[in-house]
Write a protein that binds this ligand. Structure first.
Ligand SMILES: *[C@@H]1O[C@H](CO)[C@@H](O)[C@H](O)[C@H]1NC(C)=O
Ligand SMILES: *[C@@H]1O[C@H](CO)[C@@H](O)[C@H](O)[C@H]1NC(C)=O
Ligand SMILES: *[C@@H]1O[C@H](CO)[C@@H](O)[C@H](O)[C@H]1NC(C)=O
Ligand SMILES: *[C@@H]1O[C@H](CO)[C@@H](O)[C@H](O)[C@H]1NC(C)=O
Ligand SMILES: CC(=O)N[C@H]1CO[C@H](CO)[C@@H](O)[C@@H]1O
Length: 930
């Protein structure tokens, strides 16, 4: 109380007033409490009969229920309180009951809702299954009809004819060897279409010695080339073609008679040398016309030197001199394609070897009659010589004038400093050493090849060496003189890699060369490099090309390209335990296509229709491919008028939106399937999950898992059943190149390469597949990347930043044609595969380089849903610094190998046709989300 005592008088009064108020307040509060309970009861009891609409109604009657506390007497108060307590407890009980009842009802309702939902989804699933079943049945019916339609069986090959020694199929003998053509001199009976082109090579050590002390390395490299060619046979009786190597002859040993005698003594010469190839690799002028007066019978001549008199077009073959490249791969030591414009616009280097009657070859060993004829020829030609000299003088004068008046960077040298390599008479000799000529040509944008003034010389060793070196060092050849026979010209289209002008255009030469744009220069140089690498880069290539030209002439297919074996990790006696895969969430409710039986793509349909056209694309003309991404399309009406086998036009050709679209593949190619190839290393759980997701995927032919891990999977590991075959291939070694091996287990053209942790949904895969069917020669995939120019280092950088331009798609989720797997494994330079193994990285970059190089097209990116995940594709530099460093290095190394940057940019991606179109309600989108 001490506190109160201290209060001032006014404070005390306040205190009294306060205590008085407190009693009243308590009473009022009590009343309010009771009345609230009552009112609540009143309302709650009414609520069960009639729902309350809005909160505002509930508050209104509150004022009526307030009781004045002054009206209640003391004795009544007790009674009232009891009464109210009773009411309160009953109300509380009722409230509790109501609450529990409400809860019960609510659970019931939610139970029904879930039931409805599950019924709905069950219904949807069943409708989807039904639709799937329907189109699958349709598909089966169509297959059945096709089976009936296919009454005409594939034709069987005829029996092969073997020509024995005594079989002398008589071909009307030509009056003279000079009139030999294929039809008159070639014995086709030894080379049936199915003969596989057997070639017999006379070993120089057995048959050549007395004939020619061939320069040792040429002999060795040609022999080696025949050692590795798949056409070589050791039994001459079986052969279609016989090759005789003739090299540098020493003048002292040379005589027409001995040459003829040696030829006749060859074991398979058969009197007239039918189907023989006389391969003359002589590179000096001293015996260019060794065959001039030799009876070569019905044999082909293959050499670099021909006169118009002895060249038999369509029969003889002009070849490049076998120059053989030193060690290493062909791309090594080649200059890059850029800069396209070099120091000099047009160059020439040479010294004219004027024809003089005295310089014409006389040969002591030749018989007198021939000598007489030769002498007469010489006399005739004296006046011609003067003519030629004046012609050549005109050429030189014109070129010199051009050089003096123009600033355009001409470099013409008409006299050799230092050594020179002599050519034929009336021809321009080569100047300098190999190295000096290389330097000179690497400074030349274009280089002149002056053909011999004597137009009887249609090909000479010197002109062929000039052409060879020009291609090799990237100087675009400008061949002045359109009478020149170029090597393998029946196969190679030389106008794609060189400029060929008649001599009469000499005065217009400057103007003409100046009209070439950078793009044209690039195209010519690029093609020239391809020709050099493919056909001339090594002796082996030269021999292969020679055989390929003869073989293609005969319409015999090349050897088939090699598939890689795909040994299973399981031995035949072991049956891996099965995991019955649960149905994973289908992720999309689209019906994506029929579930068909696996069937392979048609293979080797074009064995005998390969033409010389193949030789002019950066591809591989030396092998037969089961199918190719460059095959032509049929016209649309043909498939309705008799050629429809295998085609699945949408709604039988009437077309349609989503529903009809998903029932048939449509498009311009027959139906087909794709193979999934997954590379895996020590991630069993991830792999199993990835495999399970393929269950029920339409158009899937097979899944191939490349088991890169040297240790085998645990025996108890369970493999999911997904409706198609899962083939697990044991890799020979842990290499990322295994991803692109052309496994024999891959039976379809389309291959979907996918990382085990890349999560693609079914609709994305099917959409990607449909897009690939239209872009069969490109990589079609999901995550895009690009190559960026590093300004400060003048080199390339790999970049995965967000960008509106891309030039690669990662092969962790991409479709490509199996053809590129062959190309990657057999044709792409070995150095690139080695680099991939060295870094354990970059295989996807290598594949993008290869395809862009072969097609000159960028890849195709298709739309994925925005939640696409690719954990294996690091996004940021910080993700894995060394990973990116390696990729920068890879790109720059690959550019070095190709000599240019093959990647091309693209700025669009593909989504399905009706994706952003507003559709009427009765129509479906092609895909719901992409
Ligand atoms: C041109 O070449 C042919 C073939 O070698 C030869 O017979 C002829 O005499 C040559 N003409 C001249 C003028 O040198
Ligand atoms: C086949 O493989 C299984 C498991 O890898 C192994 O247990 C079994 O011994 C093998 N059988 C033969 C015949 O190699
Ligand atoms: C075509 O060549 C391939 C490979 O050599 C062979 O398997 C196939 O039977 C050939 N087809 C025909 C029709 O000759
Ligand atoms: C990506 O972009 C970031 C920020 O713009 C930049 O710092 C980084 O260097 C880029 N990455 C590459 C590889 O260019
Ligand atoms: C028991 C009770 O209060 N009943 C009332 C319920 O509401 C109806 C209509 O609003 C009234 O008429 C009743 O008197």
């Amino acid at each position: 109380m001490a506190r109160f005592d201290c209060l001032p008088p006014r404070g005390r009064l306040m205190h009294w007033l306060k205590s008085l108020r407190i009693t009243r307040v308590i009473a009022v509060l009590l009343l309010v409490l009771v009345s609230v309970a009552l009112i609540t009861h009143y309302y709650l009891s009414n609520m069960s009969t009639e729902p309350v609409r809005e909160g505002s109604q509930r508050r209104k009657p509150l004022g009526d229920a307030i009781v004045d506390p002054d009206l209640i007497k003391g004795s009544d108060l007790e009674y009232h309180v009891d009464e109210l307590k009773r009411i309160k407890s009953s109300v509380a009980k009722e409230l509790r009951d109501l609450e529990s009842k409400r809860q019960k009802l609510q659970t019931e309702i939610s139970g029904y809702t879930t039931h409805i939902d599950s019924l709905k989804s069950e219904y949807e699933r069943l409708t989807k299954d039904l639709q799937m079943l329907k189109i699958t049945i349709n598909q089966a019916n169509m297959e059945k009809e096709e089976a009936f339609m296919k009454t005409l069986p594939d034709i069987k090959a005829p029996q092969r004819i073997l020509a024995g020694l005594e079989d002398n199929v008589n071909v009307a003998s030509p009056r003279s060897p000079l009139s030999c053509r294929m039809h008159s001199c070639f014995d086709y009976s030894r080379c049936s279409l199915l003969s596989e082109f057997p070639v017999y090579f006379y070993s120089p050590s057995d048959y050549g010695m007395g004939l020619s002390p061939v320069e040792h390395f040429v002999e060795r490299s040609v022999s080696e080339a025949f050692g590795v060619t798949p056409y070589a046979v050791s039994d001459g009786d079986l052969a279609c073609l016989y090759v005789v190597l003739i090299g540098e002859l020493q003048d002292a040993l040379f005589s027409t008679a001995t040459l003829e005698e040696t030829l006749r003594s060859l074991p398979y010469w058969h009197g007239d040398g039918r189907n023989h190839v006389l391969l003359n690799v002589a590179r000096t002028h001293s015996n260019v016309d060794i065959f001039d007066d030799v009876d070569t019978g019905r044999a082909f001549l293959v050499q670099s030197t021909f006169t118009s008199r002895n060249f038999r077009r369509g029969f003889d073959i002009v070849s490049s001199p076998a120059l053989g490249v030193a060690n290493g791969e062909v791309w090594q030591g080649l200059p890059p394609l850029s800069p396209l414009r070099r120091k000099y616009l047009l160059t020439f280097q040479g010294e004219y070897l004027a024809p003089q009657p005295a310089s014409i070859k006389t040969n002591a060993n030749k018989n007198n009659v021939l000598q007489e004829i030769n002498n007469q020829r010489q006399l005739q030609s004296v006046s011609e010589v003067a003519n030629l000299l004046s012609l050549e003088k005109t050429v030189v004068d014109t070129l010199k004038r051009m050089q003096s008046v123009s600033e355009d960077g001409f470099n013409f040298q008409f006299a050799c400093e230092g050594s020179k390599l002599l050519g034929a008479v009336s021809e321009w000799s080569l100047c300098g050493t190999d190295q000096s000529r290389q330097n000179f040509l690497q400074d030349s944008t274009f280089t002149l090849i002056l053909t011999p003034t004597n137009t009887s010389l249609v090909s000479t060793v010197i002109t062929q060496i000039r052409l060879y070196e020009a291609l090799r060092y990237g100087a675009v050849p400008v061949i002045l003189g359109d009478h020149l026979e170029l090597p393998f010209s029946e196969a190679i289209d030389w106008r794609r890699a060189s400029i060929i002008l008649p001599k009469a255009r000499l005065t217009e030469l400057h103007f003409f060369v100046r009209t070439y744009t950078d793009t044209e220069i690039y195209t010519l140089r690029h093609q020239g490099r391809f020709l050099w690498e493919t056909y001339f880069g090594s002796t082996e290539r030269l021999v292969e090309t020679l055989l390929a030209v003869v073989r293609t002439r005969l319409q015999i297919p090349p050897v088939p390209v090699m598939d890689s074996p795909s040994p299973s990790i399981f031995n035949t006696s072991f049956i891996p335990p099965k995991l019955s895969a649960p149905d994973l969430d289908p992720e999309t409710d689209d019906v994506l296509g029929p579930i068909e039986q696996p069937f392979p793509s048609p293979m080797f349909r074009r064995n005998f229709t390969v033409t010389f056209e193949e030789f002019n694309h950066p591809r591989d003309p030396f092998h037969l491919y089961p199918n190719s991404p460059f095959d032509k399309k049929l016209s649309s009406e043909a498939k309705f008028l008799g050629s429809g086998l295998g085609f699945r036009p949408i709604n039988k050709g009437e077309g349609g939106a989503g529903k009809e679209f998903n029932e048939a593949l449509g498009g311009n190619y027959p139906r087909e399937q794709f193979t999934v190839v997954i590379l895996t290393y020590e991630r069993e759980a991830v792999l199993i999950n990835a495999l399970q997701r393929f269950k029920g995927l339409p158009h899937l032919n097979k899944v191939i898992v490349v088991w890169n891990n040297p240790t085998l999977p645990p025996v108890e590991m369970r493999w999911p059943e997904i409706g198609v075959k899962v083939h697990i291939v044991k890799a020979a070694k842990n290499s990322l190149n295994n991803r692109f091996l052309p496994y024999d287990a891959i039976e379809t053209e389309a291959v979907l390469s996918i990382d085990d942790d890349a999560h693609l949904r079914h609709d994305e895969i099917i959409f990607g597949f449909r897009v690939w069917r239209e872009e069969r020669d490109r990589i079609v995939g999901f995550p895009g990347r690009f190559h960026a120019w590093d300004l400060s280092h003048k080199s390339w950088l790999y970049n995965s930043n967000y960008s509106c331009e891309l030039s690669m798609v990662l092969t962790g989720a991409a479709f490509f044609h199996k053809y590129y797997a062959y190309m990657y494994s057999h044709i792409m330079p070995q150095a690139i595969r080695d680099k991939v193994d060295e870094y354990m990285n970059c295989e996807d970059i290598a594949m993008n380089f290869l395809v862009s190089h072969l097609t000159r097209k960028p890849p195709v990116k298709v739309t994925s849903r925005w939640t696409f995940r690719c954990p294996g594709c690091p996004q940021a530099l910080s993700g894995d610094e060394s990973h990116f460093e390696e990729r920068h290095k890879c790109i720059n190394f690959f550019v070095e190998v190709y000599g240019y940057m093959p990647l091309l940019y693209t700025q669009y991606r593909v989504d399905s046709v009706l994706f952003k179109t507003r559709l009427p309600h009765d129509k479906q989108k092609c895909f719901r989300y992409i």
